[in-house]
Design a protein around this ligand. Sequence first.
Ligand code: ARG
Length: 253
Amino acid sequence: MRAARMRKVRVVSVAAAAVVLVFPVDTAHAIIGGREVPVTGYPFAVMVNSAQGRCGGVLVAPDAVLTAGHCAAAASADGMRVVAGRQHPGDSDGVDVGVRRSWVHPGYENAHQSNDIAVLRLDGQLRYRPAKFAGPGDEGRYAAGTQATVVGWGRVSASGAPATTLNGVTVSVMADQDCAAAYGDYDRRVKLCAGDPHGGKDACQGDSGGPLLVDGVVIGIVSGGAGCGEREHPGIYTRLASFTSDLQDQLKR
Ligand code: ARG
């Protein structure tokens, strides 16, 4: 009787230990409602660090990174560092490079975060695979209801600290009318919104500037949102396809 109970206790604690191993505590609620993803699977995802804090970015050429306008507007070019290939922000692996010049969309405005996009030209070349990004003919790829992935090193809870690793989560692209119902200043020409019908899955502070992807193609850049993971407030993204000519122009220079 006693031995049987001991055995049972031992079985239960072995099972508990196994659960802990499979779901390490600090990655169970990552980005918001996501999990740790390997940076090698998203080689074009970079951190953009400055004294103003952490943002994400997307490598689109060996020396060019897309980020959010509000990230680049907050810092000077020489105050930003771009970091590629680093899983854990606290480590020193991967490559860290400076920014030679930054272009913030001239139509970017803080009040409604419209045209929330910027291009950073790097001091050197990063040997990581640049991302493909959506153009004007690609709208069909991300109709409402499409599952998309957002990755970043941002907060894993609305009021918490930045993440200690790269995280990703799957969200659904929402219909423009639902985005507009959630946000009075939603502008379908330059924004997208995505979330989860039940809430709990989203980007958060520190993820701004990072990629929203469908089938490996970047369709949006993390821009804003009220709170993080709130059911009634999906995440707002810059609609990349609306900026093709600006980006081509910047990438030529
Ligand atoms: N503005 C934030 C940043 O600077 C990103 C906010 C994204 N929020 C959201 N709920 N999806 O990192």
